[in-house]
Design a protein around this ligand. Structure first.
Ligand SMILES: N[C@@H](CCC(=O)N[C@@H](CS)C(=O)NCC(=O)O)C(=O)O
Length: 217
């Protein structure tokens, strides 16, 4: 099994967290300028060119959520990231959408804006993104109160989404100390060995962060 991605990419980290949770064997195909052949094969396989991308026995899976769904079906391990109970699975998938659509996408809005040429920047969109963070943090503050993980007691797909999303979100829009539950949840995610490994592997690339990586975490 092969995963195309980059260690500093948040969506790659989402898939890697799932792979590390279950110590699933795979080969990491790093998308980097020094390895143009790997990038060319990735772009041939997935012209949209967003990563990660998983290839297993000739079958390819795009989108980090779908990769984790695939792993849960075809390479299950001790940590079941999608609950067997159908109602519990709906909650997990719903929370995965929350983290992707309202935290992760909001991080990307600000980061992508920053790497655009100055005249093409979108200050209105950036203001809107900062307001989205405040609303999303406020919702999460109440939701996560009394829960260890996003959907309750068990680490799941939703936490794989939350980990890189909140990790980078705090860099672009600091989680106010008033959101103590959100900060504590982010700290639990950072301490989870699967995600802690992603953070360590990505550490050398911090100078690439377009807004300047803060000196912490
Ligand atoms: N919806 C995709 C998003 C993937 C994504 O945006 N990946 C970023 C890296 S974190 C990427 O491919 N960026 C390259 C680019 O925008 O050209 C998923 O869930 O996997």
């Amino acid at each position: 099994m092969q995963l195309y991605g980059h260690p500093f990419s948040s969506y790659t980290q989402k898939a890697l967290t799932a792979l590390y949770e279950n110590a699933t064997p795979f080969e990491f195909l790093m998308l980097a300028p020094e390895q143009p052949d790997i990038y060319a094969e990735f772009a041939r396989r997935w012209p949209i060119r967003r990563f990660p991308l998983l290839v297993d026995r000739g079958h390819q899976v795009m989108e980090a959520t779908s990769i984790i769904e695939y792993l849960d079906v075809h390479h299950p391990g001790p940590s079941r990231l999608i609950p067997a109970d159908a109602d519990a699975a709906i909650d997990v998938r719903m929370l995965d959408r929350f983290f992707d659509n309202y935290i992760h996408a909001t991080v990307q809005k600000i980061v992508f804006n920053q790497i655009r040429p100055e005249p093409d920047r979108d200050p209105y969109g950036v203001d809107e993104a900062h307001r989205t963070f405040e609303t999303a943090y406020a919702w999460l503050e109440l939701h996560i109160s009394g829960r260890e993980w996003a959907a309750g007691d068990t680490f799941s797909l939703a936490d794989c989404a939350a980990a890189p999303a909140l990790f980078y979100a705090d860099w672009v829009h600091r989680i106010d100390p008033g959101f103590a539950n959100v900060r504590a949840y982010r700290a639990r995610l950072l301490a989870r060995p699967s995600f802690a490994r992603c953070v360590e592997e990505a550490r050398p690339y911090r100078p690439l962060f377009p807004l300047g990586a803060p000196d912490r975490d």
